[in-house]
Design a protein around this ligand. Structure first.
Ligand code: S3P
Length: 167
């Protein structure tokens, strides 16, 4: 099975949709942020604070190389900026989880762990800047995607089932 690479903006639900999809398929799953945190033995927030974004992007590049050469049959959920990796197509089928910015933020704020979900993402600290980032990235996400899933007001289970049907 070809890998599936889930891309999309922060908070759109890449991790939870990937975990849900496992229940209905034989894929494995990994998350690029989790790999980076274990490589560094510290949280993404700390990496940004202590070494800056550029350093974090270098780690993403290293993960992208490893995914391309060594990972198969896997549903890969990626950080919102991982789409910039030039070898994305070589890693697997690219699936964009898409939703308007306001819907993403509303859903994050309504989540029982809202505080933690917002706090752990340094690039969501300033929502005006985050909206600008969203507007810059969305056309690029759309251009890269082999498959697009609109996740707005759908459960992770609904999205996972739609994902497995479309790949
Ligand atoms: C980032 C998204 C985050 C994480 C890091 C940077 C981004 O992942 O990789 O904070 O540039 O959009 P999520 O998309 O899982 O929040």
């Amino acid at each position: 099975m070809k890998n599936i690479v889930l891309i999309g903006f922060m908070g759109v639900g890449k991790g939870s949709i990937a975990r849900e999809a496992l229940k209905y398929s034989s894929y494995m799953t990994i998350d690029t942020d989790d790999i980076i945190e274990s490589m560094e033995n510290r949280k993404i927030k700390k990496i940004f604070e202590e070494n800056g974004e550029e350093y974090f992007r270098k780690l993403e590049k290293r993960v992208a190389k490893w995914l391309e050469t060594s990972v198969h049959d896997t549903l890969i959920s990626t950080g919102g900026g991982f789409y910039k990796q030039t070898n994305l197509q070589k890693i697997g089928t690219i699936v964009l989880l898409d939703s308007p910015f306001d819907a993403i933020i509303k859903r994050l704020k309504e989540h029982p762990n809202a505080k933690r979900k917002l706090k752990k993402r340094p690039l969501l600290a300033d929502l005006k800047k985050a909206k600008k980032l969203y507007d810059e990235r969305r056309p690029q996400y759309l251009k890269l995607a082999d498959i697009i899933i609109d996740v707005t007001e759908k459960s992770a289970q609904e999205c996972a089932k739609e994902l497995l049907k479309k790949v």
